[in-house]
Design a protein around this ligand. Structure first.
Ligand code: ADP
Length: 364
């Protein structure tokens, strides 16, 4: 291939071919050094590295090898106001996360949701755990698909409803194996559709079940939605809590700044039904309580290991639907504490601003 010496126009076209959404701010040549300033929407280390590699590759293929390209990225802010307006019928958006998988985040989300519904609130769950969706199983909706409805001339998804809770999950559209291999941008696109192409109608609470960790999906949510508060679920185990610290730090970053309404300790202890006197602290004792003191975040409750909680999740009928059992009381306490902290937050703090990501410290 014949190589060109230097052409701003050609550089622009090549970058456009790599990714149309990247905005070119400036191209400067000084001697053999070419500095290119770009704006990128997905300002994560991973996306930047990917874009940098792809752009460098095409530039070095097309231009003379004595040119040195230096690529700088700055975040591209997209006007989200319009999209957030679409969700104006949702009074409170709460993100539920855990830094580690398998600690019971989805189980806790499902049971808080049915408890809120039992209390008379209008509740929705957005299963954003794109790599391991489980709400369709926990709410006995496997194999069901949301219908399309016409809203003001636009086709929208109607969330499925189970036990009074409206649910949208990527699990309705894809097999587990498919979702796991999705790359970041595909997962984010699917999530956008679940959020904005849905007809949620009026909700008092939309609970978002986030994937474990601190990654692209989390950033994508905070960039698009005004999340009132977050809840972090962890087991008291040391390895789980090390990750929970990262999760809390992410919400607390100056430019994300989503109040953590509370920490929930799951699998706190096991109390055998035939030995009610003894509690066995299988994953350690009080770990999350101590974490909440360290971070000065309210501790909003502990959930023991309850066989019934696991079984009810597996058969698609969240255990907290029961009346007057240990399990239902545990979730009533947690839900009440969550509402108290949320009310306090809504009274004392202004609405959470949709995040304009400036730095990525703490996010992988
Ligand atoms: P995550 O969403 O964090 O990946 P899940 O909610 O899917 O975790 O829970 C993982 C497994 O642990 C599920 O089988 C669930 O039923 C079970 N489980 C969660 N919490 C408890 C608990 N407190 N007692 C018994 N089983 C639990």
């Amino acid at each position: 291939m014949s190589k060109e010496l230097f052409s701003k126009e050609k550089i622009k076209n090549l970058i456009n071919e790599v990714d149309k959404s990247i905005e070119i701010v400036n191209i400067n040549k000084f001697s053999n050094d070419v500095t290119i300033d770009l704006l990128i929407e997905n300002f994560t280390h991973k996306s930047k590295a990917e874009a940098r590699n792809n752009i460098t590759e095409v530039l070095s293929k097309n231009f003379d090898s004595n040119l040195n390209f230096k690529i700088n990225f700055k975040p591209k802010f997209v006007d989200r106001e319009d999209s957030n307006n679409q969700l104006k019928n949702i009074k409170n958006i709460i993100a539920i996360s855990s830094a580690k998988g398998g600690v019971g985040k989805s189980t806790v989300t499902a049971n808080i949701a049915v408890t809120l519904s039992k209390m008379g609130f209008k509740v929705g769950i957005l299963d954003a755990d794109i790599y391991g969706p489980s709400m369709h199983i926990m709410f006995d909706l496997v194999g069901r698909k949301p219908l399309a409805v016409d809203v003001d001339g636009k086709s929208k998804m109607k969330p499925l409803e189970s036990y009074g809770v409206k649910i949208l999950s990527i699990g309705f559209f894809t097999s587990m194996d498919q979702a796991v291999i999705w790359r970041g941008p595909m997962a984010t696109k699917a999530l956008n559709q679940l959020i904005f192409d849905a007809d949620w109608k009026e909700l008092d609470f939309l609970l978002i079940d986030l994937p474990p960790g601190t990654g692209d999906i989390h950033l994508s949510i905070v960039q698009k939605l005004s999340v009132n508060g977050s809840i972090v679920v962890s087991t008291p185990q040391i390895v789980a809590m090390a990750d929970a610290r990262k999760g809390i730090s992410m919400y607390r970053q100056e430019n994300i700044n989503i109040p953590v309404l509370g920490l929930i300790e799951n699998m706190s202890y096991f109390n055998p039904p035939d030995d009610k006197e003894n509690k066995y602290y299988i994953f350690g004792k009080d770990g999350v309580k101590n974490l909440s003191e360290d971070f000065e975040i309210p501790f909003i409750g502990e959930v023991p290991i309850i066989q019934d909680l696991r079984e009810s999740g597996d058969i698609g009928r969240p255990g907290a639907l029961q009346e007057d059992t240990e399990l239902s009381r545990v979730f009533e306490d947690i839900t009440r504490n969550m509402i108290i902290n949320l009310t306090e937050r809504n009274t004392n703090l202004p609405p959470t601003e949709i995040v304009k990501i400036k730095t990525m410290a703490g996010c992988s």
